[in-house]
Design a protein around this ligand. Structure first.
Ligand code: ADP
Ligand code: MG
Length: 402
């Protein structure tokens, strides 16, 4: 099964582009399931089937099923006993009832259940293609780092419990009746089954023969910046972006009245997008004169994005750059097949690293941990440019460059 994940800042057109892709792939003969994990669902609106979508797959068109996860229902079903236990634990430590209830749902728990669904459908192999319409970028990224974060949290809870029930560690057990501290067995069963279900998910999402991410954006400054950051972090989490979809582009050859000024702004940003996401393929989608709702308009959008191409194809199979930890520092690596030391220039300022090769430019948004470091001597290893980052280094320079 193939997995396509659509993400981007809120409102850029993720759901529309994901739904359009689903319509296209289904018409190309792939048995497709599209699933929305964004708590702000709009898949049903996009298909114009308001009263129709629920947490189980429903047929929208031949070859095309859709569902919207009800994260709260999933949470109640799978996690209620755990939540009750944690709440009483917090309560016994003096946290008041309502607050205890609220914080007993661990951060990210809701999103975790979406992840479980991805794995479930992947394992069932009932579909050729799973399209995931994800929450806005920030949420999605948090979601991807979730399994590790959570297993750490759960370990902490387990250890804390062991800690608390030991009579030697009297200060807390004095305040709290011991019976309240020990979790009933079913709590552990729920926790363990959850982690059992999540096991192997990172491998599926990081499998570059199965999963790729498509970043949806608009030609607007803030949106571009957030998408650049998303590209960096997705790479760090082991995911591969294979296409950039730039949505809502005003037509340059038509008079758009007072939006005319917007057109030149957009054109400027389109150049920046080309630099920032080079060498990823970039697809342009026009600003339509109406909302993209219903199968007909989605099909139109899909034609504008993919034409006659296979929508499920891996449009690109390499990460534009990689950021690796090396000792106490980091290393940014990018493959520049046609570059040599003489045609190359580097700048690093704040979280931006700019690499210029002839008249081509690459912009890398550095993760926070790396942004504060200094660049050392950049060097080529075959086709790969390697730029080291250390806490105390020299300013950006290229070996052998003038
Ligand atoms: N290219 C476009 N032209 C016109 N309207 C669009 C376009 N792309 C999206 N829309 C409309 O913009 C709104 C938000 O799009 P949506 O796909 O729900 O964004 P997101 O999922 O990123 O929040 C919807 O009403 C959608 O129909
Ligand atoms: Mg949406």
């Amino acid at each position: 099964m193939r997995i396509l994940i659509f993400t981007g800042k809120g409102g850029v057109g993720k759901t529309s582009v994901a739904a359009a892709t689903a319509v296209k792939a289904a018409s190309q003969g792939y048995k497709t399931l599209i699933m929305s994990t964004d708590p702000a669902h709009s898949l049903a609106d996009s298909f114009d089937r308001e009263d129709f979508l629920g947490p189980e797959p429903k047929e929208i068109a031949p070859n095309l099923d859709a569902l919207e996860i009800d994260i709260y229902a999933d949470l109640r079903q799978n996690w209620e006993n755990v939540r009750v236990h944690f709440a009483s634990l917090l309560n016994s430590q003096g946290v008041n009832g309502v607050v205890a209830d609220e914080i007993a749902v661990l951060p990210g728990m809701d999103e975790l259940f979406s992840l479980v669904r991805i794995k479930r459908y992947y394992k069932s192999q009932a579909y050729d293609l799973l399209i995931v319409d994800c929450a806005p970028t920030g949420e999605t990224l948090r979601l991807l780092s979730l399994p590790e974060t959570l297993s750490w949290g759960i370990k902490l809870f387990r250890n804390a419990e062991k800690f608390l029930v030991k009579p030697v560690l009297r200060p807390l057990s004095k305040v709290t009746p011991l019976s309240k501290m020990v979790a009933p067995e079913d709590v552990y069963v729920s926790i363990d089954s959850m982690f059992g279900e999540l096991d192997g998910l990172s491998a599926i999402l990081g499998d570059t023969k199965v999963t790729s991410v498509r970043l949806v954006m608009n030609p607007e400054k803030m949106v571009i910046k957030e998408s650049q950051r998303a590209l960096t972090y997705l790479g760090m989490y082991g995911m591969m972006v294979d296409t950039v979809v730039v949505n809502r582009i005003l037509p340059v050859d038509k008079d758009t009245g007072y939006m005319n000024r917007w057109k030149s702004i957009q054109q400027k940003h389109l150049h920046e997008i080309a630099d920032s996401f080079n060498p990823l393929p970039i697809r342009h989608v026009p600003f339509y004169p109406q909302e993209v709702v219903g199968l007909e308009l989605l099909k139109q959008m899909a034609d504008d994005i993919y034409g006659v191409e296979d929508a499920t194809k891996f449009m690109f199979t390499e990460r534009p750059y990689e950021i690796r930890k090396v000792g106490a520092g980091y290393e940014v690596r990018m493959r520049l097949p046609f570059a040599n030391e003489d045609t190359l220039d580097l700048w690093h300022k704040g979280d931006e690293l700019i690499v210029q090769v002839g008249n081509q430019r690459r912009i890398v948004t550095l993760p926070t941990a790396v942004a504060g470091m200094e660049t050392g001597q950049a060097d080529f290893d075959g086709q790969w440019l390697i730029i080291p980052f250390t806490t105390s280094g020299k300013t950006a320079s290229v070996a052998g460059a003038h």
